[in-house]
Design a protein around this ligand. Structure first.
Ligand SMILES: *Cc1c(COP(=O)(O)O)cnc(C)c1O
Length: 379
């Protein structure tokens, strides 16, 4: 089955009771048993729920995995992955990392004795310098947020396999439409499904997909034992969102290209971060591991003026100033005062998060309206 068919049919079957085309929302916590243990595969909804199971089959299918797992948020999904570790274990992670992941790693799991190394992975071979006997997990995010760095998943997977270490990829920005990390050698793929997979800014959810059966069993155990699952209503909404992922992503990419090109030609713009430009340092890797370049773009204005950047995001009318990304509507963000405000100026500037950096999540509106909006906002 091709990807565009899988978004609609992957792992799905028509409802056995009445033939409903969409999976029913099984809004139930428990299931009748005819005799103790005599059930139809479902006993309690933390462990299993038929609506959630339909979604879990869907993400497994989209990522070319054998197993999918759904959680109450992206961070709950990451939390489940880190629970595979024990005190003393070490993790090598991307340094330009989603802020919530960084907080989870440093403010919670570091206290449980897990050690994290945050390194620049634009040259993936550098990862190997940090591998030792305690290393159990490599955590990669690509493209990164908000600098749009690209990390070579295949090269990271080769290092992980050589040293018998797990490789997990946060695939939130790319989605399986653009990039399929399990096929490139990753062991675990993670999504904040809140973003592109849901696509309508109406659900918070996390998803994992894996190929390996034994690893899946360990993660299912954690999912049930820790209990950070999502409900059937949200599972239904996520499945509904996923059905249009391929059409939405195609338009996100088209609009992203137009907006990035417009910004790149604008006299007031200093630099545009978008992996589709040939001048992007890892453009060739992006081209090799991604089908297209997505709708996430960051840019800085000439003179790098904080107040000017704030004015620009305030002036936008079609773009909404908001946290999050990946919805049908275009959003803007100012990392220095929003997502990265808690990081000291000196620290954030080291990774490129300067005062005038603006991040765009380009939606699927008419590109002409988006460009007009940027024109009037930038002035
Ligand atoms: C939003 C996000 C997360 C966290 O997901 P939530 O659903 O907000 O918990 C993790 N990684 C990336 C790249 C994200 O954008």
């Amino acid at each position: 089955m091709k990807f565009n068919t899988k978004t609609i049919h992957g792992g799905q079957e028509h409802d056995k009771a009445y033939g409903a085309v969409m999976p029913p929302i099984y809004q139930t916590s428990t299931y009748a048993q005819s005799t103790p243990g005599g059930h139809k595969g479902y006993e309690y909804s933390r462990t299993h729920n038929p609506t959630r199971a339909a979604l879990e089959r869907s993400i497994a299918s989209l990522e070319n995995g054998n197993h999918g797992l759904a959680f109450g948020s992206g961070l709950a999904a990451i939390d489940a992955v880190i629970k595979l570790l024990k005190p003393g274990d070490e993790v090598i992670s991307t340094n330009d990392l989603y802020g919530g992941s960084y907080r989870l790693f440093t403010k919670i799991y570091a206290d449980f004795g897990v050690k994290f190394h945050f390194i620049g992975m634009e040259n993936a071979h550098k990862i190997e310098d940090f591998v030792n006997d305690q290393t159990k997990l490599i955590w990669v995010e690509t493209p990164t947020n908000p600098m749009m760095n690209i990390i070579d998943i295949k090269a990271a997977a080769a290092i992980a396999q050589k040293h018998n270490v797990l490789l997990a990829v946060d695939n939130t920005f790319a989605t399986p439409y653009l990039q399929q990390p399990l096929d490139l050698g990753a062991d675990i793929v993670m999504h904040s499904a809140t973003k592109y997979l849901g696509g309508h800014s109406d659900v918070v959810m996390g998803l994992l997909a894996v190929k390996d059966h034994e690893l899946a069993e360990r993660l299912y155990f954690i999912q049930n034992a820790s209990g950070a699952i999502c409900g059937p209503q949200d599972s239904f909404l996520m499945l509904r969102g996923i059905k249009t992922l391929h059409v939405r992503m195609q338009r996100h990419c088209e609009n992203g290209r137009k907006v990035a090109t417009f910004l790149n030609d604008h006299p007031k713009i200093e630099k545009v971060y978008w992996p589709g430009f040939e001048s992007h340092p890892n453009h060739d890797i992006a081209k090799a591991q991604m089908k297209d370049f997505g709708g996430m773009i960051s840019f800085v204005t000439k003179g790098n003026n904080y107040e000017e950047a704030i004015k620009i995001v305030e002036n936008m009318k079609v773009f909404t100033l908001a946290e999050s990304l990946g919805g049908v509507e275009s959003l803007s963000g100012h990392p220095a005062s929003m997502t990265h405000a808690s990081i000291p100026k000196e620290e954030r500037e080291k990774t490129g998060v300067v005062d005038s950096l603006i991040r765009l999540s380009v939606g699927i509106e008419d590109a002409d309206d988006l460009i007009e909006d940027l024109k009037q906002a930038i002035g």
